[in-house]
Write a protein that binds this ligand. Structure first.
Ligand code: TRP
Length: 333
C-alpha cells in the first residue's frame, strides 16, 4: 500500500474521490480504488462522490443514468462505506461543482485539455459523440477536488493524467488569484490496474471483461471460468507462468496461500481450471456479506436516497464557503 502522510493533530486532512456511476462495481473497481475508500474513512475526513455530471458525457438516457447512480451508491455502502464515517453524495446534488468548473476553466489553457489521454481515446473510440463536455471533463474533476480543498485522492491507476491536470489547474488558479487550493495527491492501492478477464486490457464495463463482485454466484463463476490464463500453457502438463497469469495474480487478494497456488501452477501440479474454480469460490465467499447488504439496500431504495441526500446537505456549508472565497477573489460580486 502507498504510505500516507501522518494526519495532522489539528486539522484532519481531507480525502476526496469521485467514481463513475457505472452500476454495480467489478473487481477492478474494488481492488483498484474502493478498498482504499473504505480504509481511508478512518484516517481522514473522507468525501466520496458519484459523478453523474461526468457520466453525462457518455450516458445519454436519463433512466439508465439514474439506475446506475443508485446501484453504485448501494454498492459502495454494501462494500463498506459508512455514512457515519464518510460523506457519500451524488455530484449533481451539489450543483456548485458546475459553477466551480466554469471558473476553473478560465485558468485552463485549451492545449491542456486537448492533450488529455482520455479525451484522445474517446475521440478515437466514439467519433460520432465528441461533445464539448468531454473536453472539459478534467476541469470538472479538478473542481470536484478543489471544492472541498482535498489533498488526498484515492483513485485507480488510469486516473494519473487527470490528477496531474487537477494539480496544474489548481496551481494556475493559485498563481493568478493567490493561494487558495492545496495540490491534490493521488494514492493507489497495491493493484491500481486490474486486468480484465480477456487478460489483455484493463478491466472495464465498456469492454465487457469484468468480474461483477455483487452479481449472483453463477454469474461470477462463469466470468471467472472464462478468464484467459497463461496463453503459452497449452497442455495440462505444461508448466504455468503465474507471473503472467491473471488468475494467479488475483489469488493474491483472496487467500494467504497464494504462493502455494502459484507454485502449483508453475510445477503443473494443478491445472488452470482447478485454479479458476478455487478463485471463483473464494471471490463468491469473500463478497457474500456485501452481496447480502446490497440486496438489502436495493430492497430499501429510500434508505440509500436518504444517505445521499444527507451527504449532499452536509457538504453545503463547505461548498458555500469555497464558492464565496473564489467568487470574491475573482471579482464576482
Ligand atoms: N474521472 C474519474 C474516473 O473516471 C472520476 C472522477 C470524477 C474523480 N471526479 C473525480 C476521481 C475527482 C477522483 C477525484 O474514475
Amino acid at each position: 500500500m502507498t504510505a500516507f502522510p501522518a494526519r495532522a493533530a489539528a486539522a484532519p486532512l481531507r480525502t476526496f474521490s469521485g467514481i463513475q456511476p457505472s452500476g454495480a462495481p467489478h473487481i477492478g473497481n474494488d481492488l483498484g480504488a474502493i478498498r482504499n475508500y473504505v480504509r481511508l474513512q478512518d484516517e481522514y475526513e473522507a468525501i466520496y462522490c458519484i459523478v453523474d455530471y461526468h457520466a453525462l458525457t457518455t450516458v445519454h438516457e436519463g433512466e439508465v443514468l439514474r439506475q446506475r447512480t443508485f446501484e453504485m451508491a448501494a454498492s459502495l455502502l454494501a462494500l463498506g462505506l459508512d455514512p457515519d464515517r464518510c460523506t457519500l453524495f451524488v455530484q449533481s446534488h451539489r450543483p456548485e461543482h458546475t459553477e466551480l468548473a466554469w471558473l476553473l476553466a478560465t485558468v485552463t489553457p485549451v492545449s491542456w485539455v486537448e492533450r488529455t489521454p482520455s479525451f484522445k481515446e474517446k475521440r478515437e473510440a466514439r467519433p460520432d459523440d465528441i461533445n464539448h463536455a468531454l473536453l472539459t471533463y478534467p476541469v470538472l474533476q479538478a473542481a470536484d477536488i478543489a471544492m472541498y480543498k482535498a489533498s488526498i485522492v484515492p483513485v485507480g491507476g488510469d486516473q494519473s493524467a487527470h490528477l496531474e491536470l487537477s494539480r496544474e489547474i489548481v496551481r494556475a488558479f493559485n498563481r493568478r488569484y493567490g493561494e487558495t487550493f492545496p495540490e491534490p495527491r493521488e494514492v493507489h492501492t497495491e493493484t491500481p490496474v486490474v486486468m480484465g478477464t480477456d487478460g489483455l486490457r484493463r478491466m472495464s464495463k465498456s469492454i465487457g471483461n469484468t468480474i461483477d463482485i455483487l452479481a449472483a454466484p453463477d454469474v461470477i463463476r462463469q466470468q471467472v471460468m472464462s478468464m484467459v490464463t497463461d496463453t503459452q500453457r497449452i497442455k495440462r502438463t505444461d508448466p504455468g507462468r503465474p507471473e503472467v497469469c491473471n488468475v494467479c495474480q488475483l489469488h493474491r487478494f483472496f487467500g494467504e496461500d497464494y504462493l502455494e497456488i502459484q507454485d502449483g501452477e508453475r510445477t503443473a501440479r494443478t491445472g488452470c481450471v482447478d485454479t479458476k474454480r478455487l478463485l471463483a469460490d473464494r471471490i463468491i465467499r469473500h463478497y457474500a456479506p456485501a452481496r447480502e447488504r446490497y440486496a438489502e439496500l436495493t430492497g430499501h431504495p429510500d434508505r440509500v436516497e436518504g444517505i445521499l441526500e444527507a451527504g449532499a446537505d452536509r457538504l453545503r456549508p463547505i461548498a458555500a464557503a469555497t464558492m464565496a472565497e473564489v467568487r470574491e477573489k475573482m471579482g464576482l460580486r
